[in-house]
Design a protein around this ligand. Structure first.
Ligand code: NAD
Length: 480
């Protein structure tokens, strides 16, 4: 069987893992195995499944440092953020395990006597999961735990750019006692992913990645028959800063939001939509802070900004910056590709970049950059800021910084995103609440929170009539 390698983005000559390159036949085998194992798993009581998921949390906690190091090595995430990512998976295990002993449906009073009416959740069978490279442990956990709780088998296709993290996560699940056959992993890029999405034995497809790929996956999956297809796609997240904001807080939030994970989060702050009167001061102070960020090996504690995932991605990001300059924007700081960072031979970095003079129609103001680039868009007031925030196809995350409670709540009401923060950056979602976006960012499903299970299960409505006679809803005891 042919193989492929994942490498360390900081030093691409360093191979992290070598994995088999799977094809459609391997996907068939994986789906069959997961389907076979799923029957016994689904027969277990939900709290028992929940206990098994809680046990995975314990294993993840014990292996947190080791997994975080792998995330740094394979996805280029700086140490502290890699630790946060593994913690997210640990938190998700605890949350989903708790869900296993909570309400999973509704009970309503029947309109008829001696009759019960409730809903419950039933598994879909096998869930096909296609995941991106940028949260290679957390995103699998967002999908695998609720899918297991719902009683499903899993076939996961992790990103070919960070497959070892996906494998390590699945190994932790198996080490904790989840049956190995229930959790299948296939490797490679578009080919096994497309085979998985279109497999007739897959009852739900859960995809996280870019908008163009998500569209293809959804269209192909629906071609082979109706199934659950959930999409968590890209973002063009904005931070709105009003004149009365606490500017120190703004600087901390913008810096973390825009340049954390080298801007490669779906929720990264990509636009700073700021009232004109304070733009000069904020941009100047922010540029000084951005300049001081240290590029380096993500494994070094002193590193603030790691590499981008690969050279092609770096060229694409800098290409977008160059295009913005052609359209009239000015580079305040950064803007260059760096391949000379100490200890990172062959690694590609993009300097933390701030662009001023960006207009809302510029390409850089509308398209996802997925790199450490912050576009500053100046506005007159909150109403114009909201227009800018909403004037893109994406709808994932937004933030508003102000000390005025009325302005903050007006912004929350008017901004069309799945997640909105007040006086906190566009990144930093917590597990117990739903995560996802509006418009082209998704198709209405949410990950995490109590709704996370909806991607992986169907609702069954149950009526039990113990009257011993025919009772007719909407007819008996009603006016003619
Ligand atoms: P991507 O779309 O390139 O790849 C995602 C997955 O799709 C990978 O596993 C890849 O192998 C697979 N794939 C590629 N071509 C395919 C095809 N033709 N058919 C089926 N599958 C295919 O995304 P990426 O670069 O890995 O991740 C970055 C993107 O993911 C960004 O747009 C980011 O915003 C988004 N993202 C969204 C969320 C969210 O929850 N909304 C979270 C993280 C990342």
């Amino acid at each position: 069987m042919s193989t492929f390698r994942s490498t360390n983005p900081a030093r691409p000559a360093e191979v992290v893992a070598e994995l088999p390159l799977h094809g459609a036949g391997d996907v068939d085998t994986a789906v069959d195995r997961a389907a076979e194992a799923q029957r016994a798993w689904a027969a277990r009581p939900v709290p028992e499944r929940a206990d098994a998921i809680a046990a995975v949390g314990t294993v993840l906690r014990a292996r947190k440092a080791e997994l975080a190091e792998l995330v740094s090595r394979e996805a280029g995430k700086v140490r502290i953020e890699a630790g946060g990512e593994v913690q997210e998976a640990i938190d998700m295990a605890a949350f989903v395990a708790g869900q296993g002993r909570s309400a999973m449906g509704e009970v309503v009073p029947s309109e008829l006597g001696s009759k019960l009416a409730w809903t419950t959740r039933i598994p879909v069978g096998v869930v096909g999961m296609i995941t991106p490279w940028n949260f290679p442990v957390a995103i699998p956990s967002w999908k695998v735990f609720p899918a297991l709780l719902a009683g499903n088998g899993v076939v996961m296709k992790p990103s070919e750019l960070a497959p070892a993290c996906g494998v390590a996560f699945i190994e932790a699940c198996i080490e904790a006692g989840i049956p190995a056959e229930l959790l299948q992993v296939v490797h490679g890029g578009a080919e096994p992913a497309a085979a998985l999405a279109t497999h007739p034995g897959v009852g739900a497809v859960s995809f996280t990645g870019s908008v163009p790929t998500g569209r293809k996956v959804a269209a192909a999956a629906m071609e082979v028959g109706p199934k659950l297809v959930s999409l968590e796609l890209g973002g063009k997240n904005a931070m709105v800063v009003l004149e009365d904001a606490d500017l120190d807080l703004v600087l901390d939030g913008a810096l973390f939001g825009a340049f954390g994970s080298s801007g490669q989060r779906c929720t990264s702050t990509s636009r700073l939509v700021i009232q004109r009167g304070i733009a000069g001061e904020v941009v100047e102070r922010l540029a000084a802070r951005a300049d001081a960020l240290r590029l380096g090996d993500p494994l070094e504690a002193a590193t603030d900004v790691g590499p981008v995932i690969d050279h092609r991605s770096g060229e694409r990001i800098v290409g977008m910056v160059d295009h913005a300059v052609q359209e009239g924007a000015k580079v305040v700081t950064g803007g260059r590709l760096r391949t000379d960072v100490d200890g990172c031979t062959g690694g590609t970095f993009v300097e933390p970049t701030i662009l001023r003079g960006v207009e809302r129609h510029h390409r850089i103001a509308r398209e996802e950059v997925f790199g450490p680039v912050l576009s500053v868009i100046e506005v007159d007031d909150l109403a114009e800021a909201v227009e800018v925030v909403n004037g893109v196809e994406y709808g994932l995350s937004a933030a508003v910084y102000t000390r005025d409670i009325n302005a903050a709540l007006r912004a929350v009401a008017a901004i069309d995103t799945g997640i909105t923060y007040v006086n906190a950056p566009t990144i930093g979602a917590e597990i117990p609440l739903p995560f996802g976006g509006t418009k082209h960012t998704g198709n209405g499903f949410r990950e995490a929170g109590t709704r996370g299970i909806e991607q992986f299960s169907q609702v069954k409505t149950v009526y039990v009539d113990y009257s011993g006679r025919l009772q007719r809803a909407q007819i008996d005891n009603r006016e003619a």
